[in-house]
Design a binder for this molecule. Structure first.
Ligand code: GAP
Length: 461
């Protein structure tokens, strides 16, 4: 199937109410995006499916919703204050800023996050001749500087000095899970192994805005941290890898567009780290991380908070700091993967039909209801009656604007799996036509069968 460019996807996403650039009437706001009406629905579907997979269907995982602001010491314990940075350089000619690891990647070189500023400068200098500015094409860059990605705020600071006792907008949601581990242990009937899952906003001062919603400064994460005994960590890790892979197939992503990427340079505490990558229009890139983190996180929080975060095994009576395997993904990344996966242009008798082939259960709108003619009050009244019923159990849209062919095309463009049309036969025999998005075939069914038909054909997990 033809791959479309990211610009085609972004333009389409704006035109059809999926994604808008932030603050557009003020000239935009770099690396921030808003979800339009259909985008908000699709994002909800992604989060609902994730929550169902990670919490509802699991007897061993509970949910959490921790605050965005947390004690600043948390970010010291986690290593974010000292080590959460990207290497930055500025083009002296056009003054655009770039991530040096990305510039090096373009010429087949690597700089990983563990390298010192000096080491990255050495590599950058050694290859400077080959590196041109992606914007103006010049070759004149400032020395590399590591730039911390945490976003600071002045919450609770009533002075003019923002750097005095800074608080941070969370850079990842999982820290809220680690610091609530003991609360969950104390208040819920959980025993190791168990997991805590949450979804929520995270913020990072990303240096470059690239690739539409792939890398943004405000984004929503979905993270699950699974607490295990030390000798069970890798068993849990294998389970989690398989479980997360399957969840993408269940979301309708084709397996040929997915692959595993193994991290070769692990941070010192990690046992193993893989990313699930998706084939975006700009190549295979990270969708989600699945990492075996050892007992680093709880050890750090235990040291910094001076609280005992060990677990006493009820059988053996032995205490240990639990090990953690994590699954972490951004809603926006799955959203973009689904847009790329679904966007299809078909030639129908010499005309281009744009159709979003979302899996039916992920589609923003599940059903559209049309009266055949808008100037026939009896058809409109019947269509409204059916619409008022269908909308009580699924996302439904009413449309009486333009001819029915145009209405079908509009629904195809947003991926609506079924369109129901009320015509003159409906008034006499209480049947409607129901048209399938993919086959474009219509069939007549009884009004009383609509709910059952939709339930059978829009299969959820
Ligand atoms: N707790 C681990 C963690 O946060 P990460 O690799 O920094 O690890 C995990 O982020 C996931 O969050 C990524 O795989 C990606 O899906 C998403 N993500 C990270 N930074 C992002 C950004 N700037 N914009 C959108 N999504 C992002």
């Amino acid at each position: 199937m033809k791959k479309h460019s990211i610009d085609t996807i972004a333009t389409f996403a704006k035109r059809k109410g999926f994604i808008y650039p932030s603050s557009e009437i003020y000239g935009g706001f770099s690396a921030i995006y808003d979800y339009g009406p259909y985008g908000a629905e699709l994002a909800q579907a992604i989060k609902q499916q994730w929550w169902k997979t990670m919490v509802q269907l699991r007897d061993d995982i509970v949910g959490l919703d921790s605050a965005i602001f947390m004690h600043p010491k948390i970010w010291e314990a986690s290593g974010h204050v000292s080590g959460f940075s990207d290497p930055l350089t500025e083009c002296r000619s056009c003054h655009n800023r770039f991530r040096v690891d990305h510039l090096l990647e373009n010429i087949g070189q690597t700089a990983d996050e563990k390298m010192s500023e000096d080491r990255i400068n050495e590599i950058f200098d050694a290859h400077k001749e080959k590196i041109t500015c992606p914007v103006c094409g010049k070759k004149d860059f400032t020395p590399v500087k590591k730039f911390n990605l945490l976003v600071k705020a002045n919450l609770g600071n009533f002075t003019d000095d923002w750097n005095k006792d800074p608080v941070y907008l969370r850079g990842e949601t999982c820290q809220g899970i680690y610091v609530n581990y003991k609360n969950v242990m104390d208040s819920m009937r959980v025993q190791i192994p168990f997991g805590i899952a949450q979804t929520g906003k995270a913020f990072r001062n990303e240096i470059t805005a690239r690739q539409f919603i792939f890398r943004t400064r405000e984004f929503e994460q979905m993270e699950m941290q699974y607490f295990t005994a030390p000798n069970k960590e890798m068993e849990a890790y294998e389970w989690l890898k398989n479980y997360r892979w399957q969840s993408y197939l269940d979301m309708g992503i084709s397996e040929k567009n997915l692959k595993w990427h193994k991290h070769e340079n692990l941070v010192f505490y990690a046992k193993e780290a893989y990313d699930i990558e998706y084939q975006f229009p700009f190549g295979f890139k990270e969708l989600e991380g699945v990492h075996a983190r050892g007992n680093y996180d709880l050890t750090q929080h235990s040291t910094f908070s001076k609280k005992d975060l060990s677990y006493k095994d009820p059988q053996s009576g032995k205490s240990y700091i639990p090990h953690i395997v994590e699954s972490s993904v951004g809603v926006g990344r799955i959203f973009l993967a689904l847009l790329c996966e679904a966007y299809t242009e078909e030639d129908i008798e010499g005309e281009v039909r744009i159709v979003m082939k979302f899996p039916k259960h992920m589609a923003p709108i599940k059903v559209a209801v049309f009266p055949l003619l808008k100037n026939k009050p009896e058809l409109v009244a019947k269509a409204k009656e059916i619409f008022d019923d269908v909308k009580t159990y699924t996302m439904c849209e009413f449309d009486d604007n333009g001819n029915v062919g145009k209405r079908y095309r509009r629904q195809d463009e947003i991926g609506t799996p079924y369109c129901i049309t009320i015509d003159f036969n409906t008034l006499t025999d209480n049947t409607v036509t129901i048209r399938d998005r993919d086959s474009m075939q219509q069939q007549r069914i009884a009004i009383t069968d609509i709910k059952q038909y939709l339930q059978q054909n829009i299969k959820t997990l």
